[in-house]
Design a protein around this ligand. Structure first.
Ligand SMILES: [Zn+2]
Length: 363
């Protein structure tokens, strides 16, 4: 299958050599009329990105230089700025928000430890994302067996590994690899279908949500880029005793099938980023539900967590139910059913928003 070109996908690409060291790349999206301007400097290996709208209003700005990334997002009513710095052993995040005049008001700082080194927050570059999406015959994320090393981890390419998954139903690690590929690819292609289907919607909020799915896909798939510094770990826990040690309080009373270990949440914790699976509980699930659960946990790595308040909309469950449904009945991954209640909710609700009184989107 031939890959679609930038032009066929509605992008105009221009590159310009500014001087001996600097290149300017402009990617204009004819559909959104937004332009991404990337300036790369080979001398200091820095990269600046600016996203502007059709009126040349700045929407997003980032600067990557040395061991630091600065990002500023102007699309919210309270603009936010994030400064992340990294070294060999850990990361540090400074979150600044609300611009007053020309200065930013300091808000919060966090030592995120080794769990937030650059790669676990890395997103896939646009060109690589397009290449994978358009190569429809191959999975977006693929895994394969590797040889066990001394620490008990199996490399399962690319840039991921598993541990203790010999009891995964029904045939150990090879079954897990099949479920991972099936679940991740169904979820990721579903997110891309949501983008395709709603990118030209009459409501600007729905269009923004649709475009946001492409960003989330890049974040999720960025965890599996070959050569990234932190491998993504799938760890299986087989006996209830050790599984219970992961939890304190209320959550031990619930049936927990799996949980996500996400970047920046557990500073210094082992196996971050990763997913821990309760193989004892997984043995009670159908293959469909195993794939659906694996995608749910992957999606936490896009930065969405469950809210304590049960009356608010939860995008993790919303996306899972839109993309996988409740049963084994096959779902189209190229065409979202516009009458599907969970998909309509997903396109009209924000994570953490009150569930009361929000109408579904109009077709
Ligand atoms: Zn969850």
């Amino acid at each position: 299958m031939d890959l679609l070109s930038f032009e066929q996908l509605g992008f105009t690409l221009t590159t310009k050599q500014l001087d001996a060291n600097r290149t300017r790349i402009e990617i204009k999206d004819k559909l959104t009329e937004e332009t991404l301007i990337i300036t790369q400097n080979v001398l200091d290996m820095s990269e600046e990105k600016k996203l502007i709208d059709k009126n040349r209003k700045l929407l997003f700005h980032s600067l990557r230089k040395d061991n630091e990334i600065q990002e500023a997002d102007y699309t919210h009513t309270l603009p936010t700025k994030k400064v992340r710095s990294f070294n060999a052993t850990g990361g540090y995040t400074l979150r600044i928000f609300k611009k007053q005049g020309t200065s930013w008001v300091w808000f919060k700082e966090k030592n995120v430890g080794i769990s937030a080194t650059m790669q676990c927050n890395a997103s896939l570059e646009d060109a690589e994302l397009l290449r994978r999406i358009n190569n429809l015959r191959r999975p977006l994320i693929s895994f394969s067996h590797g040889d066990q090393n001394r620490s008990g981890y199996h490399p399962i390419q690319p840039n991921s590994r598993s541990k203790n998954c010999q009891d995964y139903p029904s045939q150990g690690e090879s079954s897990m690899i099949r479920d991972l590929e099936g679940g991740f690819n169904q979820g990721l292609r579903c997110m891309n279908s949501l983008y395709e289907q709603y990118k030209n919607h009459a409501d600007a909020r729905v269009r923004a949500k649709a475009a946001g799915f492409r960003t989330l896909m890049k974040k999720l798939m960025g965890n599996f880029v070959p050569g990234a510094r932190l491998p993504f770990t799938f760890k299986c826990e087989n006996d209830v005793g050790s599984w219970a040690n992961y939890f304190t309080g209320e959550i031990t009373k619930k049936d927990v099938y799996a949980f996500a270990k996400t970047c920046g949440e557990n500073g210094g914790e082992k196996d971050v980023p990763g997913i821990v699976l309760n193989t004892t509980a997984f043995r009670t699930l159908s293959r469909h539900d195993r794939k659906s659960t694996l995608f749910h946990e992957l999606f936490h790595h896009a930065g969405y967590y469950h809210d304590e308040d049960s009356n608010t909309y939860d995008v993790v469950y919303g996306l899972q139910s839109c993309c996988f449904g409740a049963s084994d009945a096959p779902r189209s991954i190229t065409q979202i059913d516009p009458s599907d209640f969970s998909c309509r909710r997903l396109m009209s609700q924000n994570h953490g928003q009150s569930e009361d009184g929000v109408p579904n989107i109009q077709d």
